[in-house]
Design a protein around this ligand. Structure first.
Ligand code: AMP
Ligand code: MG
Length: 414
């Protein structure tokens, strides 16, 4: 079995993932299918919006010259509900009943709210004077024809869908959604919910965790049943994954043990190694490779390592493929109350809770940091990135953290 030739820094690994991951092709997809993807081109307004002057309230459209003083009586000559313009014009002393969104009739230049009149009827008395332009929504006040409404790279969420729909777009140009296949490897793995464990076995949790992370990052992701460490099974499973996916994510079998066949199998299948081994804890044996346009992440089997490596590398690749601008999660500065040791010579992505104090965000280790402790991740608000340069951190010294639960920033933290 091969040993690590050279471990690279976390920063270099990030750079390589971003540089070596291609954008996916551009597709025109229906509005709802674009949700969570990024626009591949600037989107321009096709027409002035709103397309016509219309009423902002329910009331009467009048000539403002007739409505300078309260007490005058108006004759109602027509009505203009939303979607059905009035046929008549507004003449002197006349009014047209109008509802929110109704087209402003010819002749009128203001709308009086019904609350400021004697009420609905054939005639009404004005209770409060009005001015030209009152309660009107002007054509083009939202967006103007030809304006760039949304820039390339913008992620499509509810407001963007609303704006595109308001402009009559049924489809949007986006970078296609990446297809991700998740595959756990390990002879000890049993599919949860199928049977009890025999001695030495454990349930496969990684493929579910990684699938959830891939879906959360907006991928079209699926998982395969775990493959054993037996060379032929492993090869067949990996071959299948590689032919159907833009990104294959495996867990396990990527370190230097005798049963760690993932890397060798990949190289056999024509995957070119971009890196193997990062100065990172947890996650040192992570592998990144390429075969044509497909990218391959071999993540370590320890559950925390697998999930942290997904967070640090796979997520970035998915963002890059889909052209999203926010390639990083929210990062903040945190500090610890006590000195923190780092004797590993590797960056420690430490699971921490966060608490707001007068000095900023105080981080505290969730407790034991073992890479097999699945429960520890459910307690973590953030990953504090404690660099390998230093021997660690001094109490109060600022350090960068990746926020995993943005909702803690809204409250006071843990
Ligand atoms: P490996 O990287 O294959 O040497 O695995 C490292 C550790 O992670 C071992 O204790 C494995 O049993 C465990 N492990 C590997 N794959 C999984 C998985 N899919 N789910 C949970 N634990 C796993
Ligand atoms: Mg294994």
């Amino acid at each position: 079995m091969q040993l690590f030739e050279r471990l690279i820094d976390h920063a270099e690994a990030v750079r390589l993932v971003l540089e070596e991951t291609p954008r996916l092709s551009v597709e025109h997809v229906s509005l709802m299918d674009a949700r969570g993807l990024a626009l591949a081109e600037n989107l321009r307004a096709r027409f002035d919006s709103p397309p016509f002057d219309n009423s902002a309230v329910d009331g009467y459209a009048v000539r403002s010259v007739d409505a300078r003083e309260a007490g005058r009586t108006f004759k109602v000559v027509d009505e203009a509900p939303a979607g059905r313009p009035a046929r008549k014009e507004v003449g002197e002393g006349e009014a047209i009943k109008i509802f929110t969104g109704g087209v402003m009739p010819e002749g009128a230049d203001a709308v009086v709210m019904v609350e400021n009149t004697s009420g609905w009827g054939e005639e009404f008395e004005l209770k409060k004077p009005t001015k030209a332009g009152n309660n009107l929504r002007r054509s083009g006040e939202d967006v103007r024809e030809g304006d760039v409404m949304l820039r390339a790279g913008t992620e499509i969420g509810a407001p963007e869908i609303a704006l595109a729909a308001a402009q009559g777009y049924g489809e949007l140009p986006v970078y296609r959604r990446p297809k991700v296949v998740v595959l756990s490897t390990g002879t000890e793995l049993v599919e949860p919910g199928t049977r009890d464990l025999r001695p030495g076995e454990i349930f496969d949790s990684n493929s579910f965790a990684l699938l959830a992370q891939a879906l959360e990052a907006g991928a079209d992701a699926r998982r395969m049943h775990a493959a054993s460490d037996e060379a032929e099974t492993l090869r067949a499973a990996m071959q299948e994954a590689l032919t159907t996916a833009d990104v294959v994510v495996t867990s396990g079998g990527v370190s230097v043990g005798e049963k760690d066949l993932v890397k060798g199998t990949l190289l056999d299948l024509g995957v070119e190694q971009i890196f193997w081994g990062v100065k990172l804890k947890p996650g040192k044996p992570v592998f990144f490779g390429a075969r044509e346009d497909a990218r391959f992440f071999g993540l370590p089997g320890n559950p925390v390592s697998a999930m942290v490596c997904f967070e640090l590398f796979v997520r970035l690749a998915l963002m890059r493929m889909t052209g999203r601008e926010d390639v990083r999660r929210l990062r903040i500065q945190v500090y610890f109350d006590e000195d923190v040791e780092n004797k590993f010579g590797r960056m420690h992505a430490m699971r921490v809770t966060l608490e707001r104090t007068e000095k900023g965000w105080r981080a505290e280790s969730v407790g034991a940091q073992g890479s097999g402790l699945v429960s520890s991740l459910t307690k973590a608000d953030a990953l504090a990135l404690i660099g390998p340069e230093s021997e660690g951190l001094q109490a109060g010294e600022p350090v960068e953290a990746i926020v995993l639960r943005e909702e803690v920033l809204l409250g006071g933290g843990a």
